[in-house]
Design a binder for this molecule. Structure first.
Ligand SMILES: Nc1ncnc2c1ncn2[C@@H]1O[C@H](C[S@+](CC[C@H]([NH3+])C(=O)[O-])CC(=O)[O-])[C@@H](O)[C@H]1O
Length: 320
């Protein structure tokens, strides 16, 4: 993929260049394993119309161009092609007058996080578990000099490539690898990991890996599910939590801050705690299957369908 070649060129000779020792082999293997899907998706991507945008707004939303840049035929083409990349979970996106109304209002999460960050202008940032890449565009909108996302799920890379096709920015990259595949780069100014910690079986190892990606004094921005309780409280749910498989540890804010201290972070501060609402995560035209309201107890929205506390998320910032 040309995108990967561009990334290799971009990091050659920089302090990210140690990544080149492992990344090409990992991406070649990924390509081999997903060949059938990738060939199909590639053919669809090639059909996306090339439209020169009059403007791009990554600062207050992710919007490229407007209604008047594209003909009605081109808009129909965009809708038809993008529908083949469902489900669209993280967004929303506005592409030449087409509104991709995603399952999540990821912009609301960004609004909770942004006021508390060290300004991103001129920084190199990594987003671990970036999904469709929505927040990468917002990071670039804030002036990050390089925004790199990693997420192992191939469909999300394709969704990123679609936005990349229309926006055409050479400082935003997404790579289909999990955090476990990354070397200790000790280099990024800011590392984000939002909505991933509870998917990791070993949360302390995960925090340590995040730390190993940051330069000294770099900033970690962690967003994760939390429960009420003191520093000894951690929920380990059964097979499913709010119908999600693969949910492991949900700490209290105090326990999370203690974990961060134990792996060597400092200046730890939890800047936001919010209950996830059924307006923030819901089924839409672009993600038609069940969503949060179906995962909560219909008689008591403060509980999940399994009887656990309903999703509450905290944003915690720390220094490496
Ligand atoms: N090992 C892994 N390494 C990296 N990513 C992973 C791994 N395992 C799963 N993921 C990815 O982590 C993301 C979690 S979603 C948060 C998206 C965004 N950050 C958001 O805050 O809106 C939250 C949720 O839906 O529960 C998914 O895109 C996974 O593919």
């Amino acid at each position: 993929m040309q995108h990967f070649q561009d990334f290799y060129r971009r990091i050659a000779g920089t302090d990210l260049s140690p990544w080149l020792e492992v990344l090409p082999a990992q991406l070649a293997e990924w390509h081999k394993q997903n060949k059938t899907d990738l060939d199909k998706w590639q053919r669809l991507l090639e059909k996306l119309p090339a439209i020169h945008p009059t403007d791009v707004d990554l600062l207050s939303q992710v919007r490229v161009g407007s209604d008047s840049d594209a003909t009605p035929y081109e808009q129909k083409q965009i809708v038809g092609l993008l529908q083949q990349f469902k489900p669209w979970r993280k967004g929303p996106f506005h592409i030449h007058g087409v509104h991709i109304d995603t399952e999540w209002r990821s912009d609301w999460k960004w609004d909770r996080v942004l006021p508390h960050l060290s300004p991103l202008a001129g920084r190199s940032v990594l987003d671990v578990g970036c999904g469709s890449g929505y927040h990468l565009w917002r990071m670039r909108g804030e002036g990050a000099k390089l925004a790199v996302g990693v997420d192992p799920y191939p469909l999300f890379l394709m969704q990123f490539m679609i936005l990349n096709h229309f926006i055409g920015d050479d400082s935003v990259f997404q790579l289909p690898v999990g955090i476990e595949a990354l070397p200790a780069l000790k280099s990024f100014d800011t590392v984000f990991s939002m909505g991933v910690l509870y998917h990791r079986k070993s949360p302390l190892d995960f925090l340590q890996q995040l730390k190993s990606l940051l330069r000294k004094d770099g900033e970690l921005v962690l967003e994760t599910l939390v429960v009420d309780g003191d520093e000894h409280t951690v929920l380990l749910p059964g097979e499913r939590y709010a119908q999600m498989r693969n949910v492991w540890f949900i700490p209290s804010v105090a326990a999370l801050e203690n974990w961060l201290t134990r792996v060597g972070f400092s200046d730890i501060r939890t800047v936001d705690v919010s209950t996830t609402s059924v307006d923030e995560q819901r089924s839409t035209e672009w993600m038609r299957t069940h969503s949060l309201k179906d995962f909560l107890d219909p008689n008591d929205l403060s509980k999940t369908i399994e009887g656990y506390p309903a999703p509450v998320r905290a944003v915690t910032i720390a220094k490496a």
